[in-house]
Design a protein. Structure first.
Length: 501
């Protein structure tokens, strides 16, 4: 009964005209950036962070969340029609989705992606509503030592689940942690890493850094191949799948939802890993495995269900524990901090309208996405013809105006420029940005809980291993790091993220 009461509160908040409007705007933008290859939700959310200053906390988080899970829908459109995933988690959808389009079945492929995504999103949102509250109640009993150990687990997990080099991921985590400590010491008021600059006394601007390393750097990378982009768009005729198609979609959608829901909760997991694992599992268990790679509808339903479930269940650790499970959730945590809300288990008690309103908005957003993606497919196809050289200058100008308007400071523009150049160079060196931003956002929190635990224990470092929960979490972190360093596991990690031809 308590769950129903909470959901009633959530829907009353989500149905408020302003929140409903921003839910629609978020899902619309999510679909748009999912359709347009090369932008992605990470860069878009980073670029839109400055706009959240003028919104209520609930409206801003509802909009940003809609962008994230909406992009999972839109990314399948280009994956199916032009063999180019609009979102990285839709990469595996190109394998069978584009083959279906080549055989004149683009409509059923798009319908399979949309329906599977809707089912997975609905179930995953219900899981969030059920699981988040018990986790929150457990987390309230955590002390500084437990929170420190939990953040260590999160950072180690992001390293373990990174698709590239483990050593580079560790280096990016450390770089993020160090840059996150720039500013004034919270206990001694001593300037750190400011080099005498008064602009850095409050630390590096999170919005500028996020927009730079994700937005500007991604734009620079995409402009390299902009002139070579000549998409051949498959024709869409008839969206309704046959009865046999619907029958074949049921099992993969359910299995993909389960896989995505479980992997989405893991730090560093989420939509990308979920889609690849779901496809590989479905290829092994399906009765039509011979069709995989040649247009199997199961090869569309399973990964699309998985990436949407993974995207939405990644909200669970962020909402209940205040720990981001991936880079997008780190930006969501940043948005909460910007709004003056302290992420963590107290959000459900101090801001129940935000907590339950966000969850309820996900159901509404999933319903909106079905309407936006299938009937309006012609509009999204026409957007694929927009040249990148026209699109990206406007986005760059929007980024600079946005970060300047946050504090009316030209220094933020310098930060976004430096961060963009650094992000571009590091990307060319195959260094991943998500571990960096996780380290940057968790760095100050990690330091605060570390020092608080040491103060309470009178400087005794054994407090982290004598408290049972903290000790268990640290053991988990060490085991995860050791396992992922094994050569056999390292080879399997590489295979998971390799696209099949």
């Amino acid at each position: 009964m308590e769950l129903l009461s909470n959901l009633g509160l959530g829907f009353s908040v989500a149905f408020q005209p302003m929140n409903l409007a921003y839910c629609f705007l978020g899902t619309l933008l999510g679909t748009l950036i999912g359709v347009l290859p090369g932008i992605g939700p990470l860069a878009t959310i980073a670029m839109l962070l400055p706009l959240t200053f003028g919104l209520t906390p609930t409206a801003s988080l509802i909009m940003l969340a809609g962008i994230f899970y909406g992009s999972q829908y839109g990314g399948s459109t280009t994956a199916i029609l032009i063999n180019l995933p609009g979102e990285s988690s839709s990469a595996v959808t190109t394998i069978d989705g584009y083959q279906m389009a080549r055989h004149g079945r683009a409509g059923p492929a798009l319908a399979a992606a949309g329906l599977s995504s809707f089912f997975a999103g609905t179930v995953a949102t219900l899981l969030i509503a059920i699981v988040a509250t018990p986790l929150t109640e457990i987390a309230i009993s955590f002390g500084p030592a437990e929170y420190f150990s939990l953040m260590v687990v999160g950072l180690v997990s992001s390293i373990a689940l990174a698709s590239g080099s483990i050593l580079k991921a560790i280096c990016m985590i450390c770089a993020g942690l160090l840059l996150g400590l720039t500013g004034t010491d919270i206990y001694t008021a001593t300037p750190r890493f400011t080099f005498g600059s008064t602009e850095l006394s409050d630390g590096l601007d999170f919005v500028a850094i996020a927009v730079g390393v994700f937005g500007v750097a991604e734009i620079m990378r995409n402009l390299e191949g902009a002139n070579a982009r000549e998409p051949i768009i498959a024709k869409v005729a008839g969206l309704f799948p046959s009865r046999d198609d619907l029958r074949r979609m049921i099992g993969p959608s359910i299995r993909g939802t389960v896989i995505g829901s479980l992997l989405g909760i893991l730090p560093g997991g989420g939509a990308l890993l979920s889609s690849f694992v779901a496809y590989n599992v479905e290829k092994k268990v399906s009765k039509n495995s011979a069709e995989f790679g040649h247009g199997a509808i199961e090869g569309v339903s399973a990964p699309e269900a998985a990436n949407n479930a993974g995207a939405q269940t990644s909200f669970i650790p962020m909402l209940s524990l205040g720990i981001p499970s991936n880079a997008v959730m780190a930006l969501m945590v940043g948005a909460m901090i910007i709004q003056g809300i302290t992420p963590g288990p107290n959000v459900i008690n101090n801001n129940p309208d935000l907590f339950w309103g966000l969850i309820a908005s996900m159901w509404l957003g999933n319903a909106m996405l079905i309407i936006l993606n299938l009937p309006l497919i012609g509009i999204w196809v026409s957007l694929l013809r927009v040249p990148y050289t026209v699109l990206f200058p406007a986005i760059m100008a929007f980024c600079c105006i946005g970060v300047y308007s946050v504090n009316n400071s030209a220094f933020a523009v310098y930060e976004i420029t430096a961060a963009g150049l650094a992000g571009y160079i590091l990307a060319k060196l195959d260094c991943e940005m998500p571990p960096f931003i996780l380290g940057f956002i968790l760095g100050p929190m990690l330091e605060e809980h570390l020092r608080r635990a040491m103060i309470i224990s009178s400087g005794d470092p054994t407090v982290f291993v004598t408290r049972p929960i903290s000790a268990v979490l640290l053991v988990i972190a060490v085991i995860a790091l050791v396992i992922v360093s094994l050569p056999a596991i390292a080879r399997k990690r590489e295979v998971v993220f390799v696209e099949e031809d």
